[in-house]
Design a protein around this ligand. Structure first.
Ligand SMILES: Nc1ncnc2c1ncn2[C@@H]1O[C@H](COP(=O)(O)OP(=O)(O)OP(=O)(O)O)[C@@H](O)[C@H]1O
Ligand SMILES: [Mg+2]
Length: 262
């Protein structure tokens, strides 16, 4: 397939909004008439709660199953939000030991790439939802991505963002990825204008974005509705269609649509 976006959000820390971004982008993307598959590589069953699915116990039809040497292309996606356009492949608690088990395999950073080449997915957009950190699974995901997003909790030091970007460059260089995944932009999250720390971090992000010529999306404010939406198994737009915070996802989707059609 030529026109397909493969995207992930990266962060070395947890709780920055990767899953929130995945769910809200997927919903917005589906409203434009395109299909999307979210592949959860988190061991915490977190996406199921965000989208109202019951966790699967049988690992074979979760994302863990696709890394099995016996995998034969039966992906186990489930549609969500009553839409045929959005599907989720659930994670599994045993993903915790997956990275370790991949270390002894040949071409260990390219296992996912091999699977996707052998059993291609027909979605216009694939979103990998990773846990925080940077391990062999992260490298496997980076090696199949066309685009990367960097959500940043503005309560953390910008040094950690610089460190993440350095790790991404190192991976891209060492694995000789060609084409290289493109960094779509930085998304500041959980922003509180009244906090001087947040202001400082935000200015630091502006400097990084300018220096590296990355897009800096408008900050997503600390917004209780995200938690309410997640608790009710919905995207924010399904809960509150005119909520101003949904506009940022709409902007990201505008950019993704441009990339899809470029
Ligand atoms: N802008 C926001 N305002 C308020 N709450 C938010 C916001 N963004 C995310 N949250 C909430 O913060 C929590 C963490 O967000 P989320 O799970 O998306 O982060 P994550 O990066 O996927 O975390 P993990 O690394 O644990 O997978 C969730 O409860 C989510 O509802
Ligand atoms: Mg998550």
């Amino acid at each position: 397939m030529s026109n397909q976006i493969v995207l992930t959000s990266l962060s070395k820390a947890g709780g920055v909004g990767k899953t929130t971004t995945a769910v809200n982008l997927a919903y917005e993307w589906s409203l434009r008439g395109y299909s999307v598959g979210i592949i959860d590589l988190d061991l915490n069953h977190s996406i199921e709660e965000f989208v109202g699915l019951t966790p699967k116990s049988d690992s074979a039809t979760t994302s863990l199953g696709i890394f099995s040497p016996d995998f034969s292309g039966n992906y186990g996606f489930e549609t969500i939000f009553g839409s045929e356009k959005i599907a989720v492949l659930q994670g599994h608690p045993e993903l915790e030991t997956l990275a370790e088990s991949l270390y002894s395999r040949r071409k260990r950073e390219f296992i996912l790439s091999k699977i996707l080449n052998k059993y291609p997915l027909d979605f216009d957009l694939i979103i990998f939802d990773l846990p925080g950190g940077f391990d062999l699974i992260t490298e496997n995901v980076i090696s199949v991505c066309t685009h990367l997003l960097i959500p940043v909790h503005v309560g953390v030091k910008t040094l950690s963002v610089a460190n993440l970007i350095e790790s991404i460059y190192k991976t891209v260089e060492e694995l000789e990825l060609d084409p290289e995944p493109e960094i779509l932009g930085l998304i500041p999250n959980k922003y509180d204008k009244s906090s001087s720390t947040h202001e400082t971090v935000y200015s630091g992000l502006q400097a990084i974005a300018e220096e590296l010529d990355y897009k800096l999306y408008p900050p997503i404010r600390y917004w209780r509705s995200f938690e309410r939406a997640a608790l009710s198994g919905k995207s924010l737009k399904q809960l509150r269609s005119t909520d101003p915070m949904t506009q940022i996802f709409s902007q990201v989707v505008d950019d993704l649509v441009k990339e899809l059609n470029s």
